[in-house]
Every structure is written in structure tokens, then in C-alpha cells.
Design a protein around this ligand. Sequence first.
Ligand code: ADP
Ligand code: MG
Length: 734
Amino acid sequence: ESEEGQKMQELRRSLPAYKEKEALLNAISRNQVIVVSGETGCGKTTQLPQYILESEIDAARGALCSIICTQPRRISAMSVAERVAAERGEKLGDSVGYKVRLEGIKGRDTRLLFCTTGILLRRLLLDRSLRGVTHVIVDEIHERGMNEDFLLIVLKELLPRRPELKLILMSATLNAELFSSYFGGAPTIHIPGFTYPVRSYFLENILDMTGYRLSTYNQIDNYGQEKMWKMQKQTVRKKKSQIASAAEDALEAADLRDFNPRTRDSLSCWNPDSIGFNLIENVLCHICRKERPGAVLVFMTGWDDINSLKDQLQSHPLLGDPTKVLLLACHGSMDSSEQKLIFNRSEDGIRKIVLATNMAETSITINDVVFVVDCGKAKETSYDALNNTPCLLPAWISKASARQRRGRAGRVQPGECYHLYPKSVYDAFAEYQLPELLRTPLQSLCLQIKSLQLGSISEFLSSALQPPEPLSVQNAVEYLKIIGALDDNENLTVLGRKLSVLPVEPKLGKMLILGAIFNCLDPIMTIVAGLSVRDPFLMPFDKKDLAESAKAQFSSRDNSDHLALLRAFDGWKAAERQQSGHEYCWRNFLSSQTLRAIDSLRKQFYHLLRDGGLVDNMEKCNTWSHDEHLIRAIICSGLFPGICSVVNKEKSVSLKTMEDGPVLLYSNSVNSQEPTIPYPWLVFNEKVKVNSVFLRDSTAVSDSVLLLFGGSVSRGGLDGHLKMLGGYLEFFMK
Ligand code: ADP
Ligand code: MG
């Protein structure tokens, strides 16, 4: 055995889970369901599935067992599988494999499969009783993701029919009773962990310690992502978001007598709605000037602000100096070379700084972290059932999350955590985050319930751990009827069945199917892939204007962000063929990584559509690829009823949706660059509610396109269709 292999085995034996190995295996053999809890990093994900595999092999059942371990994120399924295979001294695809959306490595002898929760749900679609599977391990259940909650309902119903199937639920937090009682009092095993103490600093301590001053000027100048919205600046001082007013109330009630007047003064300038990049920069400098070695983990809210912050830090004299600092980003779409850098210890004298989303909270453990910087927020989808508006916005994290973030600093030695918000605001955080099932639109989920033939949607969902509001369920069912995926009796239509096998939201799936039917698949695949990966247009913090005009060049005045994306992508493909893709991206503020991801998703769409019998001849399928009217019509059909009316005023354009009233556009939308929009409607993919409602990408459409392509003609025949559209039109005419 190699030296490295031995070291890894030693490391395995040193993990807290190792001491509980026998107890865990015992409990599994005696019970159908068990719940395992333990600190992040104690060895649940990498070790427990291996213990089961090893004990099955020891009992000469190795060839018979089939263990499935689900992960909420694709990146963790991949990285954990790679790690476990390495620990076993094997190649991926031998006894250990993985499968994530449209991708995977798995061999004939694979006995332990790491997959996303979505993949297991898809497998259930093909085989309701999971024949051949011996163990199902559902990881990170404390996150209460929608898919995980859904999976638990399905498994609960399956268990009595498969008495020999074992179910193991794993959680990083102690509130395991909830899950245990859901499964009729399943035994709970806790893996005791050890972490070093972590010293916490809150905003007031940080200001006191570093002498940094928040000023109104700095805050306005430093809006982070909020700065992306052109019109927001005018409204920001007038209106405060809910998150800001809650924080200000908490701050007002706080007792700050022990702090010096300068700090108190500075605190009164704190803007809870923004993430102060300069403040982060200042804290990072403070840490980097310390003698003490150790990596820094910075919790940000998402891909956008990680990128903008990275941009800003890279031009800083100390933090941007590669001989002193190794600056890395950790997010859901990093590739494996990037991943390795994150796990590796950095060279002596170089400080590793990792900018991460909340996925570094529990599913990925970076061992050498000693300092944590916590912005206190995470991007969270929230859903207001009353006006049916899904929103994606930064929200305060829960106390449980803040504790979890802080704990990441004490893995190897006593650590330090810098919370970028006052202590009083922390005290006002909720104990736990609301489960996703209660705060997101349920359309995809309802479609899946139907395609799994699980009976009445509302009845099925009422048996969830915490059932969603009836109104949310009703809205989702209504939406599926409008787009023609369900008929009036809530039965799956032919379209619905096709949609349920496409791994994208129903509206995007519908665009793909129409693209195939109308022989213009190529551009539609690009647009759909773009909408389901992420926006390839970069908006660097300090070059916003340049980036916006770079994007505007792709619009050719046709009032569509989706067509602009299409042109940018096609231009990139052409540049790639000339080996100048990189330069092209750089010049046009495009992310080549995102474009590559879009390209590979396109290929996978094509394979799925071909397997589903929707495409036989790609060439024929592209007969109408250059017809922009048709492309626009298909976009309209997919995004309907995401529609807003356009009224051109003298100096501005006023936009209105039926649910929200007046809405605004993101400043990087090509439609916000135009003085007028010569169409009566915009269709859009996503609304974001901050202080006002903002539309992300939009495409302008005419009355006739809306009439012909909005909604589903099949529902209630042409009459019903026109009546429904009439309802929309009437509303907007008022
Ligand atoms: P848990 O699931 O309980 O949070 P894990 O099984 O993920 O714990 O991790 C156990 C240990 O293995 C941790 O110390 C972690 O840092 C280490 N580890 C996990 N994945 C990797 C990897 N890809 N490279 C290096 N170390 C890893
Ligand atoms: Mg884990």
C-alpha cells in the first residue's frame, strides 16, 4: 500500500465516526430506519456508506448489496464519490460511483452510488419499489430541501412494501427527533464530535478592533449586488426592505454603552440591505496581517457576489498579491481542479482565502480553516402564495446556520469568526430556517407527484413532514393546467408526461419540446440551457457600464435578453472554432466557464430529446433556426404567464404585472437600455423581489404572438384559451 494510502487510512480511523462504527452497523441491522446525527466533518458522508459496504463484503453479500446515498447538491455527490473511491484505493466507477443530472461514472460492479436527491426520485419514476436496492442513505436532511422532504414521503410509503430495505437518515444538527418521530420513533444515534473553541466577533467588535468606519458614503458607493439595479438607488433611501427594518429594530434596542462613541456612530451608518465589500476587504486585511497561519472561509450569498468580490479583491495590493494570498471561489459549478485547490493545504506563507456559498456550511469540509467571515445572509427562495410571486433574495440566515458557519473555524485549532452584523441582530435570527417546501413554488414537484402516480396532489403533500399551504398547492396545480401539463381533472397530459422526464422546470421543458416540434431546436436549446445554468454575462462591480454596453451590442435592438444570449453564445462558438474563444469572452464580459456549461447541457438536452423520440434528424430540426419571430414565439409560450405590460411614457417605460402592479428591470437587461420598447408586452423568466419587484431577463412580444402562443390552446379549446387571455388583456387595459 502506498504511503499516501496509509495516511488516508490513518485519517479515516481518527474520525469521530470510527468509534461508533460497531454501534452504527448494529443499529442498522436491527432496524429498518435509523437517524444519525453528528457535527459536520465527523465522517458521516464519507465513512458511514463505506462501513456498510465493508460489512456487506465481510458478510459475503458484497455482490448483492446496492447502497444509494443521496446528496442535495451535485457538486457534493461528485466530490464525495471521488474521495471515497480514493480512500478505498480504487478508481471511480469500480465499487464506488456517482450520478448527477445528465452525468455520472458508474460501472457494472458499482455497489455504492452517490447521487443527487433528484436522481433517486427519477429512479423511483422507473421503478416504484427500488428493486435491487438494499440501503438508501439520505444525507443532509437537516437542510430540509424540497426534494429531500418529498423523497421522505415517498420512502415512508415504500418501506412497508420492502421490509428488507434499510433507510438511514443523516443530519448535521441535533434536532433529529422530528425525523425519528416521522418514521414512528426510529432510533437515533449521535456521533459525538470534537471541535476547538471559536471566538466570535460581531460587527461592533470588528469596528472597535479595526477602527474601520462605516459611512453613509461608503455604503452607497458600495452596494454590492444592489448596485446592479440602476433605478434602485432612487428608491433605496425612501423604502427599507423587511430585512433591513427588522435588523434596525434589533439594533435600536441593543445596549451599546460599552462601545466607544466612534463605533456607535459608525454602527448607525450600517446598511442591513447591503453586503459591504469594503468592510470585508478590511476584515480580510486584518486577518492577513496576523502572524497566525490558517485558511480563511468567507460566506457570501451566491455566485454573483462571490464573483464581484473576487474581482474587487484581485486588484487590492495585499489581497490580490498571488505571492501572499491564494484567492479561491467555492460554488456549485466549480470543476475538479478548482476543488482540489480548495481541499489542499496552501504553500507556506501563502494564505488561502475561500469565498463560498452556504454549501461550505455542511456539505463540504475544508480542513485547514481557522478564520471564518460570515456575511449573515444566504440567497433563499421565498414564495408568497398570496400574490404567487417567487422571489430569490438574500435573507438573514438562522441561528443554526450561523453556529454552523462559526464551527467551520474550529476544526484544527481554536479559531476566530467575524460576523458582519451586530450581535443584537444575531439574537433576532430565527432558530431554524423554514423548510423549502414551505417557501417555494411547487410546480415541478406537483408534476413529479403526478408522473410517479402518487394520487391526488394535495392529499399526497398533506403527509409531508411539514405540509405546504393549500393555496401554494392550488397555485401550482393551476399553473400546470394553464401550461397544458395537466388536464382539468388533474391528470397528466401527453405534454405533461414528456415534461416530467426533462430535467428542467416545466416551462423550460415546454420550450424544448416546442423547439423540436417547430424545427428550431438549436437556438432554443441554447436559450433553455442558458436559463437553467446561469447568466453568462458578467457584471463586474467596477466595470458595470462597460459590461452593460458589451451586452447591449448583442441585442441588435430587438428587445430580447434571450436573443442577446443566443447571439453571444453563437459568437463564442464561432470564436472557439478560431481558437479565440478566450479573447472573445474577455472582450465581451462573458464567462467562458458558464458558456461551456451551457454547451454541455445543450448536448445532453439533445440526447434526452432524441431518446424521448422528439428528434430524429437534427438537421431537419434546425430548418427554422434563423427565424427570430418563431424563436420569440416559443420563448413566449414557455414563459407565459410570466408577462408584464409595457406603456411607453415620455421619458420612461412603465411596466406592470397583474400580481405585483408596477415592476422594474435589472439594469443589465437590454430592455432597460432602450428609451422605448416598441412592443406591448414583455415575457420574463424570473422576478426578484427586493424593495420593488425586478424582472431579470425579458423578451418583448406583440399582441398576436401573445394571443397565439401564450398558455395552452388545448385547454378548453380555442374558446377557453381566448377567454383566459381576454382576462389578462382586460386587466391590463384598465
Ligand atoms: P460529515 O459528512 O460528517 O460532515 P465527511 O465524511 O464529509 O463528514 O468528512 C470527513 C472528513 O473527511 C473531513 O475531515 C473532511 O475534511 C475529509 N474530506 C472529505 N472530503 C474530502 C476531500 N475531497 N479531500 C480531502 N478531505 C476530505
Ligand atoms: Mg456530510
